[in-house]
Design a binder for this molecule. Structure first.
Ligand code: GLU
Length: 283
């Protein structure tokens, strides 16, 4: 990070359930690493079928109860669909429409091989069935995929890289073109009925908000390769990353939003204080 630059971080939950201890940890890590006034909250609500206003209200309330503060108004992804559409248009020469459903992809992948199907941070590695389709052929039932090989060629890059201040700090993490094509593949930039995807929206928004340090769980480490590639294609800066540990339940399982018993709300109702939450998280 440039000397003297503001350390701006964000917590970017999707309002699809109540916040649990894992979210509290992510929010507290982000807030602790930001310069004063530079911790932002962003509501990631592009999945209109799963997001609920009541969960968004609960996010605001639980974070304030934890003692966090952030500038208002907050950025809400559902307000930014035209911005994502513009970014997608810029990338369109490197994209193609894809009509394959999960079953088609599984069938295409199972034919040549036995056992577990190849998967990466964006799900099954797309076998390329629709790759030759032109964008002019796109219809409402299609998703839009990035042709990763063409993307690397357009950039004349055979490697992408980023820094992580939590995982091997001081070293650059790098991934080659061939590793990207084999382990990640042609990712979706626009999902059916959404006009964008998590990957495209998060890259556009982190840049728009001037986020210099992206803090989030280790489970998203491999998604960062997708984000770095998109940053290069859209000529956006690559922030520094901080992929933190995941909070697990007593059985070692990662917490999920459906585990209501571990929600911040339930802990509050049981009489926990914000200090108790920090202690539970060893903060
Ligand atoms: N909305 C994403 C989530 O809740 C945010 C991930 C990120 O920080 O990039 O998992």
């Amino acid at each position: 990070m440039a000397c003297g630059a503001v350390r701006r971080t964000r917590f970017a939950p999707s309002p699809t359930g109540l916040l649990h201890l894992g979210h509290a940890y992510a929010a507290l890590v982000a807030s602790a690493r930001a310069d004063p006034g530079a911790f932002l909250l962003r509501i990631e609500d592009i999945d209109r079928d799963r997001c609920r206003p009541a969960f968004e209200a609960a996010i605001f309330e639980d974070l304030a109860w934890l003692g966090l503060a952030w500038p208002r108004p907050v950025m809400r992804q559902s307000d930014r669909l035209p911005v994502y559409r513009d970014a997608l248009l810029r990338l369109a020469p490197l994209c193609y429409p894809c009509r394959c459903r999960r079953g088609d992809i599984r069938a295409a992948l199972s034919a040549p091989q036995e056992g577990a199907l190849p998967a990466g941070p964006d799900g099954l590695i797309y076998p390329g069935t629709c790759r030759a389709r032109p964008m002019s052929d796109a219809s409402d039932g299609d998703v839009i995929r990035l042709d990763a090989a063409r993307a690397f060629d357009a950039l004349r890059l055979d490697r992408i890289a980023f820094r992580d201040e939590a995982i091997r700090p001081g070293q650059v993490h790098g991934l080659g073109r061939a590793e990207f094509l084999d382990g990640i593949g042609d990712v979706i930039l626009s999902r059916r009925g959404m006009g964008t995807s998590y990957h495209l929206a998060v890259v556009v928004d982190d840049a728009a908000q001037g986020i210099s340090l992206v803090t989030r769980g280790k489970d998203l480490f491999d998604s960062t390769w997708i984000h770095v590639l998109l940053q290069k294609l859209l000529e956006l800066p690559t922030p520094v990353y901080h992929h933190h540990r995941l909070i697990r339940d007593d059985a070692g399982k990662r917490l999920a939003k459906r585990d209501d018993s571990r929600s911040i709300r339930a802990l509050r109702e049981d009489g926990a204080t914000p200090g108790d939450i920090r202690r539970l998280l060893s903060l």
